[in-house]
Design a binder for this molecule. Structure first.
Ligand code: HEC
Length: 115
């Protein structure tokens, strides 16, 4: 019984530590996104433009985002090393992009559906 309790207790401690390490801050992510200039090519809402593709809503997984940012040298996008953008910054940018909502469907907008 004691062992089970100890195991359960350590497991919850591990879970607690992991979740706080992964807690990304969307508000800070928006600030970083604007500060390092992602908006210049991808738009303030990650909506994309002819300078860069759409990033949100439904951004790619944080691992893919990080890999792309670190190794974008072969593309028209500049790479962002850890010196410029820490892993925490990338996680926060991802959190920000994840908060961007889908636009309403065209059919739900009366003005667009008047014959
Ligand atoms: C100078 C313009 C420019 C800036 C600044 C820039 N990007 Fe990009 N980004 C691009 C272009 C162009 C592409 C697509 C073409 C390519 O693969 O190079 C791209 C692609 C991406 C992709 C891959 C999208 C996909 O669906 O394949 C991600 C993710 C991304 N950018 C995130 C960011 C983030 C986050 C920042 C800020 C830290 C940023 N970019 C800054 C121009 C830019």
């Amino acid at each position: 019984m004691k062992t089970i309790f100890t195991l359960a207790f350590s497991a919850s401690l591990v879970a607690l530590t992991q979740s706080s390490a992964l807690a990304a801050d969307a508000t800070r992510g928006k600030q970083v996104y604007n500060k390092v200039g992602c908006y210049q090519c991808h738009g303030y809402e990650g909506q994309g433009a002819n300078t860069g593709p759409r990033l949100a809503p439904e951004p790619m997984a944080v691992e893919g985002l990080s890999a792309f940012l670190r190794n974008a040298a072969s593309t028209t996008m500049p790479p962002y090393s850890e010196k410029v953008l820490s892993d925490a910054d990338v996680a926060d940018i991802h959190a920000y992009l994840s908060t961007i909502k889908k636009p309403p469907a065209g059919k739900s907008i009366p003005l667009l559906n008047n014959p």
